[in-house]
Design a protein around this ligand. Structure first.
Ligand SMILES: [Zn+2]
Ligand SMILES: [Zn+2]
Ligand SMILES: [Zn+2]
Ligand SMILES: [Zn+2]
Ligand SMILES: [Zn+2]
Ligand SMILES: [Zn+2]
Length: 109
């Protein structure tokens, strides 16, 4: 398992901290500036959603209520080797002028 630590992380995530929380592989990740942060002992690890059958990195076009851009208000979330937009608990990937669905994530709260 890769183990990336986020240095100089002064904010302490908690279930009340206001960041988007994702349930992932039995732990809670906090969506923090397009990173997934996972509390591990006394530091914060960088996490990401793996490419799986449930979260494929494939071209599965969906109708999206949003065209998605830097300012659209949807949060970016790391998935495999790319970033997706989080829309109502699903990963939306902008791809050649359309939007792909990369499956669900479990948003808490
Ligand atoms: Zn937080
Ligand atoms: Zn963080
Ligand atoms: Zn995680
Ligand atoms: Zn596509
Ligand atoms: Zn958007
Ligand atoms: Zn994706």
């Amino acid at each position: 398992m890769e183990h990336h630590t986020h240095d100089n992380h002064s904010h302490k995530h908690s279930l009340a901290c206001g960041h988007t929380k994702i349930k992932h592989n039995g732990h809670v990740d906090y969506l923090h500036g397009s990173h997934l942060h996972h509390g591990h002992e006394d530091h914060w690890d960088e996490c990401k959603i793996e490419v799986t059958e449930e979260n494929p990195a494939e071209c599965v076009q969906v109708e999206s209520p949003c065209d998605h851009n830097e300012d659209c208000g949807h949060e970016l979330i790391p998935h495999g080797d790319h970033y997706d937009y989080l829309v109502d608990g699903r990963l939306h990937h902008k791809h050649n002028g359309h939007v792909d669905d990369h499956g669900p994530v479990e948003v808490i709260g």
